[in-house]
Ligand binder design. Structure first.
Ligand code: MTE
Ligand code: HPA
Ligand code: MOS
Length: 763
């Protein structure tokens, strides 16, 4: 295997600028913000029932408890009791009905969190229970939906199925997933003068927080300032669902004219917040005798929970990624967002894409199993190529599906891997190995075209240091480091001269959330524009000073060069000169992704700036006595474009992969029939630990020309690698099959050791 020089590459690669304070425990999260004297602490009182009419709530004992300041309910809302972002179907506080266990009903504000928690136990509530829906199938039977279904269609599946040699149908289930950001949801609100409120929030969407708070309080947006230092992880869970806690803190601040802090503890967070959407889906796939997929139909049932939240957008992305890395000429995909009595499910890394891809991978695995061929043969035959059309009308360009596939199978020697496994399986009775390939294709851009914009505000201070504000929220993904690199590179100055400011709605307004993996692209391109504008101005200063052509001026390593010759003028002096010449040293730039468009009436267009590709080879060993398994290796060729921050990007690939493996193999969200969360603690919800990570993870960059739509040709990396984890699901089943030839493939994720054990011994 060709080992590339990734380790020497990493040595030269910039470190995440937060690593120093992270390691020393000095990084500031919401709970670390110094609170003002007299700050109150809040705890949410939530519904103990999944569905019902509120008959009576008795707050009197709680209110009487010493140290309790006030309890807020919907009656204290002056504006709209409404937080729904896409569809206005979600109250901040329940009024007369509750729709899920964990639904906020009231906010208890007290001198300490301890007192607020004590008070919560003193509240009594009577609920007249109504029927509870927890699954998509029940919701579908009862006609309980969030909105109208959506369908993406290409060609004519009905006709195509008639010409198919092989047609198979099947059903799949993929479970939800808990975000488990290390920092739980929370916000700190403080009163400023004239009724203005500043909110420090752990949110991916500062503008969403500002806008919704203003609407609930019925004040103009300019009265609400939202500031974000960084998040201890978001993973989509704070794109929309950081908002209610921020509003609640602000509402209490509004009434009490005092600072209020609301941080959910882990238990409350697990119970009250939505997760990745479980999907129940059914597919029909048809192939010709050469194993070319001619037709693919799928109906996705999305378990949206009790309110829309981001479900419609997530459903849409499921359709966009329903055929993953494959070209299928005839496609009919439909998604139904099912309204159930679970907490509203929400964005989670991949945003519905993984759920869509799991189904077509299941369909291919089913065909392979039925025909007795290996799945990767079918996968390979059907990979996308240049100029193929996606079901949504976008023509595939700069396609790397085949390139990454062949690069992975060659560089990692798939033949050898397969024969090693065969030999192992022949000579071992109690352990069996399995292998699967997982290609990915993920579209970059918010699928909602109007959201693809960002701004950057750059100040060059008169001493030559720089402060940068954008809409980007740092949540561990390293976007601040990338922004810093961009400015340092454009001006050719030391990284130390550049500071990335907090994300604040008064400096950068009307922003899209940090999401869709597009943050570095959108904000980075805005920053690039702002820096280039400043650079032009500075070059003009030099050209006037030295009476030379502006185009001959260059800054290299903080020194001004003219016609490729070093001058004695350095960066700091140039800035000082610019000040004397009264040149503006501040710039604000706006970037909106060009060329993208989408027509929802036709469900056709060109929604993505580009796609990210890659291929993973996953191998596993199953202990056939116990049903346990280890992942031996994950070998990936990933399309980074031209990575600008190799260490950070590798971290994103590894982190996303492990999160994907967790979703596919062990994380098991469980609600009972009454809609109560059973997996409500880390003792009952298993997330990947160091032992469940693959023993080896190799990630090789795909050699490409890069894509100009990506920032400095460095492609978005945040979400796509999560879907490599789907390979683990199928690798494990291939190992089960090697032990038990009677085993019928299952498409019911996660593939937990319990399920493996049952499979090993089923007849
Ligand atoms: N990485 C870390 N460490 N923490 C996170 O919360 N969120 C993921 C991904 N990587 C996340 C992360 C998700 S869901 C998205 S959409 C992207 O980062 C968002 O950041 P980006 O647009 O800068 O890639
Ligand atoms: N990805 C992530 N978040 C989003 C999107 C998307 O495509 N659209 C709206 N919010
Ligand atoms: Mo990511 S799910 O788009 O926040």
């Amino acid at each position: 295997m060709k080992k590339n020089n990734i380790h020497s590459d990493l040595k030269n690669s910039i470190k995440n600028i937060d690593s120093y304070t992270h390691v020393r425990g000095e990084s500031i999260f919401v709970d670390d913000v110094n609170v003002r004297q007299g700050t109150f602490f809040a705890v949410v009182f939530d519904s103990p029932k999944a569905h019902g009419k509120i008959k009576n709530i008795d707050y009197s004992k709680a209110e009487e408890l010493e140290g309790v300041e006030r309890i807020f309910t919907y009656k204290d809302i002056l504006g709209e009791n409404q937080i729904g972002g896409i569809i206005p179907d979600e109250p901040l506080f329940a009024e007369n009905e509750v729709h899920y266990c964990g639904q906020p009903i009231a906010l208890i504000v007290a001198e300490s969190e301890f007192i607020a928690r004590q008070a919560r136990r003193l509240i009594t509530i009577e609920i007249e229970e109504l029927p509870v829906i927890t699954t998509c199938k029940e919701a579908k039977e009862k006609g309980s939906f969030i909105n109208a279904p959506r369908s993406f269609n290409l060609g004519n599946t009905e006709k195509a199925f008639q010409n198919c040699e092989y047609v198979f149908e099947g059903e799949t289930f993929s479970n939800g997933q808990e975000h488990l950001y290390l920092e739980t949801q929370g916000a700190y609100a403080e009163p400023l003068e004239n009724g203005n409120i500043k909110i420090t929030s752990s949110t991916q969407g500062p503008t969403q927080v500002q806008k919704t708070t203003a609407n609930v309080l019925e004040v103009p947006m300019h009265k609400i300032e939202v500031d974000v230092t960084r998040l201890g992880g978001g993973f989509g869970g704070k794109e929309d669902q950081a908002t209610p806690w921020a509003i609640m803190a602000a509402l209490a601040t509004y009434h009490l004219n005092q600072s209020v802090k609301l941080i959910l503890n882990r238990h409350d967070d697990l119970r009250m917040t939505g997760k990745r959407h479980p999907y129940e889906s059914s597919f029909k796939i048809g192939l010709n005798k050469d194993l070319k997929i001619l037709a693919y139909e799928v109906e996705f049932l999305q378990n949206s929970g009790a309110a829309a939240d981001l479900s419609p957008a997530i459903a849409e992305r499921t359709l966009f990624h329903a055929t993953n890395s494959y070209f299928v000429k005839n496609v009919k995909t439909t998604v139904l967002s099912c309204k159930t009595n679970l907490p509203p499910n929400t964005a989670f890394r991949g945003f519905g894409g993984p759920q869509g891809m799991f189904v077509i991978e299941s369909a291919i695995a089913k065909v392979a199993d039925e025909l007795g061929v290996s799945a990767h043969k079918i996968q390979e035959i059907n990979l996308l190529k240049e100029s193929d059309v996606f079901s949504y009308g976008q023509i595939a360009t700069q396609v790397e599906a085949q390139n990454s596939w062949h690069s992975a199978t060659k560089q990692f020697n798939l033949k050898q891997l397969k024969s090693d496994i065969e030999i192992f399986n022949k000579s071992n009775d109690h352990f069996k190995k399995g292998l699967a390939l997982m290609p990915i294709t993920f579209g970059i851009s918010f699928t909602n075209t109007p959201m693809n914009h960002a701004r950057a505000l750059v100040h060059i201070y008169q001493d030559g240091s720089i402060g940068i504000s954008t809409a980007a929220v740092e949540m561990g993904q390293g976007v601040n480091t990338k922004l810093l690199q961009i400015a340092a590179q454009i001006f050719s100055i030391s990284n130390k001269k550049v500071k990335i400011e907090t994300t604040n709605t008064t400096r950068v307004a009307n922003t899209s959330p940090t999401a869709a993996s597009a943050t570095a692209d959108l904000n980075g391109k805005a920053l690039l524009k702002a820096c280039n504008a400043l650079l032009e101005r500075l070059k003009t200063v030099v050209s006037e000073e030295y009476n030379v052509n502006k185009n001959s001026v260059e800054i290299i390593g903080e020194t001004i060069h003219i016609n490729n010759k070093k001058t004695s003028l350095v960066w700091n002096e140039l800035i000082a000169k610019a000040m004397l010449k009264r040149v503006a040293l501040t710039e604000n730039a706006h970037y909106a992704t060009p060329t993208i468009h989408f027509d929802k009436t036709k469900e056709k267009g060109h929604p993505f700036a580009y796609h990210v590709y890659g291929t993973a080879i996953v191998t596993t060993t199953v202990d056939c006595t116990r049903g346990t398994y280890i992942l031996d290796s994950v070998k990936i060729v990933h399309d980074y474009g031209k990575s600008m921050s190799k260490g950070i990007d590798l971290g994103q690939v590894e982190g996303a992969l492990v999160q994907g493996i967790g979703w596919m193999t062990m994380e098991e969200i469980a609600y009972n029939k009454d809609g109560k969360l059973l997996s409500n603690a880390l003792s009952t919800y298993k997330v990947p630990d160091i032992f469940s990570v693959a023993k080896t993870i190799d990630v090789l960059p795909l050699e490409t020309k890069g894509n100009d739509m990506a920032i400095l040709k460095s492609k978005a990396v945040g979400e796509p690698p999560l879907m490599y984890g789907i390979g683990a699901y199928f690798a494990i089943q291939n190992a089960i099959k090697a032990f038990n030839p009677n085993y019928k493939l299952k498409f019911h994720a996660p593939m937990t050791p319990e399920k493996v054990l049952m499979g090993l011994y089923e007849s």
